[in-house]
Design a protein around this ligand. Sequence first.
Ligand SMILES: C[S@@+](CC[C@H](N)C(=O)[O-])C[C@H]1O[C@@H](n2cnc3c(N)ncnc32)[C@H](O)[C@@H]1O
Length: 186
Amino acid sequence: MKNNGSKTDKRRKSHGPTSLLEASPLVRRFATRIVDAAGNGPILDVACGVGRNAVIFAQLGCTVICLDKNQDLLRRLPNNPRILPMQMDLATDHWPFGRCQLGGIVNIHFLLPTIFRRFKSSLSPGGHLLIETVPAHGNNFLELPKEGELRSALDGAFDFDFYQEKKAGPLEYKKVTVRLLARRRD
Ligand SMILES: C[S@@+](CC[C@H](N)C(=O)[O-])C[C@H]1O[C@@H](n2cnc3c(N)ncnc32)[C@H](O)[C@@H]1O
């Protein structure tokens, strides 16, 4: 098989499966691209839960900072030296990352647009931001963003490799689920 010597190949070495939990299909689809763009920077898994999305990045050789406010969930993170727990409340605590400190950011099933400006500042140029809102069910459309809201919040600082909106709830609310992969501009 052809080996193009990518950073991902070089780092895909020691750590085998550490968890049976399945990552989001969007994470699995773009993980290699995110890792290759991350350089030596860590990936931040925002509101990581029990870390189902972190495992694949650790397996690909990246350090993953798993951030969540719930200490009980952090205790259940996969036991992998590349997965680093960080307990903080994103709504109230001081943002701990400096400029261009992160190689990538993954933000699945948790949405707090007020931290997007932190993402912009702490993500290295060329690094990827992956966002997936919760799927639509029942009345949860109320907590989903409006059409175009996430695109316009990130436009300017990011280019979009992938952007998908699907209508959620009654049409007049103009709510959508969003899945996106954006790349930090230089
Ligand atoms: C639906 S779970 C998603 C977990 C994970 N991203 C996944 O896809 O499996 C939402 C997570 O957000 C975390 N969370 C909610 N509010 C938070 C906050 N203010 N700061 C940090 N984490 C928060 C919860 O503890 C929970 O783990």
